[in-house]
Design a protein around this ligand. Sequence first.
Ligand SMILES: Cc1cc2nc3c(=O)[nH]c(=O)nc-3n(C[C@H](O)[C@H](O)[C@H](O)COP(=O)(O)OP(=O)(O)OC[C@H]3O[C@@H](n4cnc5c(N)ncnc54)[C@H](O)[C@@H]3O)c2cc1C
Ligand code: FES
Length: 503
Amino acid sequence: MDETRTHRSLWTLTTPTRDFPTLPGDLTVDVAVIGGGMAGLTTAWLLKCAGKRVAVLEMNRILSGQTGQTTAHLTELLDTPYATLRRDFGEKGARLAASSSRAAIEQIASLVEELRLDCDFQRVPMFQYAETARELQSLEDEVSAARDAGLLATLTQRVPLPFAVKGALRVEDQALFHPRKYLLGLADRIPGDGCHLFENTRVLEVQDGKPCRVVTDRGVVTATDVVEATTTPLNRVFMHTKLFPYRTYAVAGPLDGALEPAQYYDCKEPYHYIRTQPVDGRTYVIVGGEDHKVGAEEDTARCYAALEEFARERFPVESITHRWSGQVIEPADGLAYIGRDSARKHVYVATGFSGTGMTFGTLAGMLLTDLILGRENPFAALYDATRVKPMAGVKDFIQENAEVAFRFVADRLARPDGKHLSEVAPGEAKVLEVDGQKVAVYREEDGTSHAVSPVCTHLGCHVHWNGAERSWDCPCHGARFSPTGKVLNGPAVKDLPSRKLPT
Ligand SMILES: Cc1cc2nc3c(=O)[nH]c(=O)nc-3n(C[C@H](O)[C@H](O)[C@H](O)COP(=O)(O)OP(=O)(O)OC[C@H]3O[C@@H](n4cnc5c(N)ncnc54)[C@H](O)[C@@H]3O)c2cc1C
Ligand code: FES
């Protein structure tokens, strides 16, 4: 069976596949970069340019993680409002957050130009639109905070949308691109001159030291420094108390009519994010949203249906041709964590990118390259991965961690859905009790059944079924597993053990 039947994104379906080798055995490099997404590939490329010997280690195929599932708005407007950033990180912090996002957009623009990457990169304005008087009021407050932070932000009544709105916050000089075309351009250039890119090579353990040892299922990579660019760091307990995983959804289709190329967001909670994308000479609209905590929603098909309805009601969409979803990792205090990992001297992390991981992932490449080379970086202190800000986001911090503790206990005590295989219909998944033990069972449409342990191999929470993506998802820190137990998403590195099928 197809182990990774995540709905494939427009980006994946409009670019060729690329094959890179698996790690052939033990290897020594200067830097091991774990993860072949935006953060990992950008870091690897910039380190290679700086003369380092780098090995990228990707457990699946490159760009099969969140970067393959993104919608790729490149924006300086972060998920955390600038007014909140100013309150929690001070005026200087808010300005640095804005200028680091700008620096990331310009880094992408300069690589596009320098390497002549044909990736549909274009500068566009961004509109965050209000549909009620109250939303407009909150945008007025945000315009002034965003301007203070250095954004070219204004309040406007002229919003080029095909439906009426009260007004919008407009930010100039944001950008759109095709993330997979861009990153395949970098990936193709990584191998050579002592650098490598390996796929289907899963990292099982990172041992800090001089040198570090990165243990994979294919061999051991010895490296002076290690970068964990894995969306969410591997097996770190403390770091995970500051990270909250959410799922988010996107749909796309060709437009029967015009829509000005731009980024659009509404003010709902969770918000919808919208953009245009040229495909074979036609303009497509992409609409994203319907976020929920990982593992909190079983009827995930409902999220696609709601987005489709939203798209059809507001835009002249001819048909919905693409559907996909992925994970965003919310940081406790509203900003990404990029830098050296707490207790480890030569291991770096890049995580907590929220809904702006295209820019934060690029920034991670720039910042970690500087840290590894021992160069000053103006943004290092702001994104320090070891920081703890007790007051910023304190409500979410307590609530989210209380939920993890609750899930850990409640799911263990929860009654099983049944005892017999006959209680699981084709296409359904249930947690059954077999010989006093819980077993997670999925029955395919053709009747073939798979039984695995429901205990997440990260820290032991119980997994929940995700109907639309056909995966077992862990509500605690966002690990995901296929119906046969294969790890689809970290932080878990071990598969769910298979179990005897119930009768
Ligand atoms: C639907 C959606 C819409 C989004 N929209 C936007 C947007 O408009 N703008 C924006 O800026 N951001 C957006 N984001 C967020 C952004 O896409 C992500 O934050 C970003 O892609 C994360 O990049 P990454 O390199 O950190 O992670 P990933 O792309 O997930 O890469 C991490 C890689 O590490 C690999 N890995 C994990 N564990 C191991 C291991 N043990 N061994 C080896 N490899 C491992 C994974 O397989 C994966 O390929 C969106 C995300 C989603 C899902
Ligand atoms: S992801 Fe941490 S317990 Fe499952």
